[in-house]
Design a protein around this ligand. Structure first.
Ligand code: SF4
Length: 363
């Protein structure tokens, strides 16, 4: 990870800016944080060392860009085209741009931007419900390849489910506020966002607790040095499943399965093949949906680990052959964490895997 600050200084813009860390830090050095100026590292991505090699390499990824300002600040309009040009040149670097000014995204956008440079992630900060409802529709409407959301400082519970359901958001990060006079962040707000992410198959990260954190009715004053580690200790980070969504991913899965001695030994007997022919794909799909919904989807399925018979129905065989037989296998093979219900989308993805296995075995 590296930080690139092509300019420094910012203007306070919304409630989240009240205790801005840039202002806080600059005041310690008697600097005016509202004065926006280019920095000495303006051209860092194209700077080279004495050996003629770029100072920043892919090993430094991700490159957090403009962390002591806002990338889309009006005052930076004259400089932004040059910065986009450097980003365009360094396709090997992954730039992460965090902004509260998503409405200014198009100011100075390069002509060849198209659907977005693949090496750019735009992260929209929304500190409360109002800013989420203002900014997220804009974020979703723009041509951007990688979109994330940050609630930091998180000032209240925020409902973003409709935005997550678009499938266009890759990750949501929550965090409290640090510094003197930090506003409270509540554990249940963080849990609420986490649940929305998990329900919608979006990655979630709890970045930091902030200085004042409330859990179970008790307020904790957490020193700066522990705010990140305490958040990680809460164990709330979540990665969505690796269930295949595309043809290529399905193909890759079946290659992995064929390499497993245990999984690859399952097949359909002539009797079960006859059953498949008689019932037809629609009926089998309904059976599969029913088995997955009742035996696998609950947060704590009954007799988990033993709920799928080894014989008697083509779907059972498909479940064992594709590691969709219990929550332990599902977690190991697909990263679907145990202890939570499967989303409807995940259930459908599993059914798709099972039907694909049956199709292949009928050939
Ligand atoms: S947008 Fe960010 S950097 Fe700018 S004042 Fe607000 S919190 Fe500070």
């Amino acid at each position: 990870m590296a930080i690139w600050n092509p300019w420094h200084g910012c203007k306070k813009y919304s409630p989240g800016c009240a205790n801005c860390y840039v202002y806080r830090r600059d005041s310690q050095f008697d600097r005016d944080a509202s004065r926006v100026a280019k920095t000495a590292s303006f051209s860092l991505p194209i700077q080279k060392n004495r050996a003629g090699q770029y100072r920043l390499t892919a090993q430094d990824n991700p490159i957090y860009t403009c962390m002591t300002s806002d990338f889309f600040l009006e005052e930076a309009d004259p400089w932004r085209p040059q910065v986009w040009e450097m980003i365009r040149l360094r396709r090997d670097l992954e730039f992460v741009i965090i902004t509260k000014r998503i409405h200014r995204f198009s100011a100075g956008l390069p002509l060849d931007w198209g659907e977005g440079y693949p090496n750019v992630t735009i992260v929209c900060t929304c500190e409360n419900q109002q800013t989420a409802d203002q900014r997220l529709p804009v974020l979703l409407s723009l041509p951007i390849r990688h979109r994330e959301i940050i609630h930091e400082p998180m000032l209240e519970e925020i409902q973003i489910r409709p935005y997550l359901e678009t499938g266009k958001i890759e990750q949501v990060t929550c965090g409290g506020e640090s510094g003197e006079g930090a506003r409270l962040c509540r554990y249940e707000w963080v849990l609420s966002t986490r649940k929305q992410c998990m329900d919608c198959g979006v990655a979630f990260s709890f970045h930091q607790t902030g200085a004042n954190f409330q859990k179970d009715g008790r307020i904790y004053r957490i020193p700066r040095s522990l705010q990140h580690s305490q958040a990680k200790r809460a164990g709330l980070d979540h990665q969505p499943s690796r269930l295949p969504k595309t043809k290529a991913q399905m193909e890759e899965l079946f290659q992995r399965l064929s390499a497993s001695e245990f999984r690859s030994r399952f097949s359909l007997s002539p009797k079960l093949k006859q059953y498949v022919l008689e019932k037809g794909e629609d009926t089998l799909r309904r059976h599969a949906q029913d088995f997955i919904r009742t035996r696998l989807a609950p947060a704590e399925p009954e007799h988990d680990g033993k709920q799928t018979p080894m014989k008697g129905h083509p779907v059972f065989l498909a479940q064992h052959a594709t590691a969709c037989c219990c929550r332990g296998c599902l977690e190991k093979w697909y990263g679907v964490s145990q202890g939570r219900p499967l989303t409807r989308e995940e259930q459908e993805q599993i059914v798709e895997i099972l039907m694909e296995w049956i199709r292949r075995k009928m050939k």
